[in-house]
Design a protein around this ligand. Structure first.
Ligand SMILES: O=C[C@H](O)COP(=O)(O)O
Length: 251
């Protein structure tokens, strides 16, 4: 069973996908399905920056939360192309994904930068979803827990706690590949992460990496898994809500 007392969160990371029209129809569909969906699971959608207002409008009056996929560490200033945490909050976002492995790889983001971004997010009133996870080579070398431990220690800022922090464990080799770790490996890593953030209160620890309707119930039932960060499957409303239903089973 999932961790007692922690309400699951199922978050959709749309990454750099879609169009304005697609975002509008996807959010409308999610909203319709969510009305008949599980009440025991919190839902979050994280569209690309330009579509946040469109999606926010579509979510108005619903319990589904809105989030960004990144923010800058500074509150404002001369940072061409960047977006501040306060701007996300201004658009109605409550969450922001930080330190996703695609940003760590594509933009060379270090854990120390992620911590600075997380601090900025928390200062702006957002919940920071800090992503961690090992590469395949690191797992094969038996270093997965050490790598994730270092990422957590360096990426989680002082002042973060269960009211403003979510951890997402996403093995890099499981993202978009259709491969997932064994249930035993997910359980071991989540137990380790839980021990690392124990002094921050009952922090949600999500699993991400090829979560689909077919494997959601099994993954969400693992001890210490408090929901999912979903990429590809979050672009189909029916799949996203089927994953939420899987998380509800273990809630
Ligand atoms: O943020 C989401 C993850 O990167 C997982 O992506 P995926 O579900 O497409 O494997």
């Amino acid at each position: 069973m999932g961790t007692q007392g922690i309400r699951p969160l199922v978050a959709g990371n749309w990454k750099m996908n879609g169009s304005r029209a697609m975002a509008a129809s996807l959010v409308a569909e999610i909203r319709t399905l969510a009305a008949a969906g599980p009440a025991s699971v919190d839902l979050l959608v994280c569209p690309p920056f330009p579509y946040i207002p469109e999606v926010g409008g579509g979510l108005a009056g619903s319990a589904i939360a809105l989030g960004g996929q990144d923010c800058h560490m500074a509150a404002a200033g001369a940072h061409t192309g960047d977006v501040s945490a306060a701007m996300l909050a201004d658009l109605g976002c409550s969450h922001v994904i930080l330190g996703h492995s695609e940003r760590r790889a594509d933009h060379g983001e270090s854990s120390l930068l992620v911590a600075a971004k997380a601090k900025a997010a928390i200062d702006a009133g957002l919940t920071a979803i800090v992503c961690v996870g090992e590469t395949e080579a690191e797992r094969d070398a038996g270093k997965a827990e050490n790598i994730v431990e270092k990422q957590i220690i360096e990426s989680v800022p002082a002042g973060a706690n269960s009211s403003n922090l979510v951890i997402a464990y996403e093995p890099v080799w499981a993202i978009g590949t259709g491969r997932t770790p064994s249930v035993a490996d997910v359980a071991a890593m989540h137990r380790h992460i839980r021990s690392l953030v124990a002094d921050r209160g009952p922090v949600r620890v999500l699993y991400g990496g090829s979560v689909k309707p077919a494997n959601a119930a099994e993954l969400m039932a693992v001890a210490e898994v408090n929901g999912a960060l979903v990429g590809g499957a979050s672009l189909k409303a029916a799949d996203f809500m089927a994953i939420a239903a899987g998380a509800a089973v273990s809630a």
